[in-house]
Design a protein around this ligand. Structure first.
Ligand code: SF4
Length: 378
């Protein structure tokens, strides 16, 4: 199935290069990270509109009866939301046919580990004052967290490619030419920080130990004429293997997920990710190597606040915090009476405030968003 053809049917009669609205041209369609329409604005900025089945329950800016639309890119939020609304209006009642076509796919047999090639790797993101690239050597993640926001978006693209509906956490696309493509992009694209983050995969999930794609990408960055800052986010201890490369870069930081200090809570929500003790040891190794250790706490999870703040103060330079942004497929995890209270927005914001205050008492900087405040392209 050609999902790009389906997307063009969805947005017809607008074709590639046509204006959807004054000053908004359809630049391309793609399905490598899930179905998306990319629009070029009059000021040269590009905005991706991600198209997902409404059953996925993803955060979105607009919707039709059967699809949700979210935006990603350099536009202001009002512009992105208005664009999604315009696309939704154009789709109208063609959404049901699109969803049915995706659902009808998936009968073909295919390996759970699939080698693919890409023609680009770096994805520009962030507002003008804080632009950065995301970089994903893999699509699909073998850690397989229930709450992972990537799974529904990627499932649509996987179905569209005629691949089996394998459970999240059991499949991965290996971008075998990632390092070569990255080296080429580093030589010709503007220099911005590069973020390896779990938008579509963890850069250090199990298969990286064997294939080394993330390491090859770091080597390509290290070999660049002007290596940009690099931020890696991971739930895996394997990142310590590459501290030699990271320490040699002008600036590198590693963010390790640490939303609770209680390993029973961790085991409930992230059964296939590293235990808390291993994550603290990883952070200690990161600091010892001269790389910036960062903790990421999102969503807020139960556990003693002061003990978590003490551990963070001992191990990291700063902490990125955020609340639960939709339960996704993690809903059943919150059905457990021990954790039911944590699903409430009020509990999330109260815990965020309490942890922020506890970290302030310990002089640990807290930030939210995509990049630490000190991280710029210069
Ligand atoms: S480790 Fe990150 S990318 Fe992998 S499943 Fe968990 S949240 Fe998703």
């Amino acid at each position: 199935m050609d999902v790009r053809a389906l997307l063009l049917e969805l947005i017809a009669p607008t074709a590639i290069g046509d204006e959807l609205a004054p000053g908004v041209r359809l630049a391309r369609v793609a399905d490598d990270l899930g179905p998306r329409l990319t629009f070029a604005l009059a000021d040269g900025a590009e905005v991706d509109v991600e198209v997902s089945p409404a059953t996925a329950g993803l955060r979105h800016a607009a919707r039709t009866a059967h699809l949700t639309l979210a935006y990603r890119g350099r536009a202001a939020s009002a512009v992105g939301a208005a664009l999604c609304a315009t696309v939704a209006a154009r789709i109208g009642d063609r959404d049901a046919g699109f969803v049915a076509a995706l659902a009808a796919a998936g009968a073909a047999d295919a390996p759970r580990v699939r080698e693919v090639t890409v023609d680009h790797l770096l994805e520009l993101a962030g507002p003008p004052a804080a632009r950065f690239y995301t970089c994903s050597p893999y699509v699909g993640c073998l850690i397989g967290c229930r709450f992972c926001y990537a799974q529904e978006r990627l499932a649509a693209g996987r179905a569209a490619a005629g691949l089996p509906m394998a459970p999240w956490g059991s499949w991965v696309d290996v971008r075998v030419n990632a390092a070569a493509v990255l080296a080429d992009e580093l030589a010709r694209l503007p220099r911005y920080p590069i973020k390896f983050c779990p938008i579509v995969s963890d850069p250090y999930h199990a298969i990286e130990a064997r294939l080394g794609l993330t390491r090859a990408c770091l080597a390509a960055i290290a070999a660049a004429a002007a290596p940009p800052p690099v931020l890696l986010l991971t739930r895996a201890a394997l990142v310590t293997r590459d501290l030699d490369l990271l320490a040699a870069l002008p600036w590198a930081g590693v963010g390790v997920s640490l939303p609770t200090i209680d390993d029973d809570v961790r085991a409930h929500f992230e059964p296939r990710a590293a235990p808390i003790a291993a994550r603290l040891a990883t952070l200690a190794a990161i600091r010892a190597a001269g790389v910036a250790p960062i903790a990421v706490g999102q969503p807020m999870l139960p556990g003693p606040v002061d003990a978590l703040a003490d551990a963070l103060a001992a191990h990291v330079d700063s902490v990125s915090l955020d609340v639960l942004r939709g339960e996704g497929r993690a809903g059943p995890l919150f059905d457990d009476p021990r954790f039911a209270a944590a699903r409430a927005a009020g509990w999330q914001t109260e815990r965020l405030a309490a942890l922020t205050a506890a970290l302030a008492e310990r002089h640990v900087p807290v930030w939210s968003g995509e990049l630490p405040p000190n991280l710029t392209a210069d």
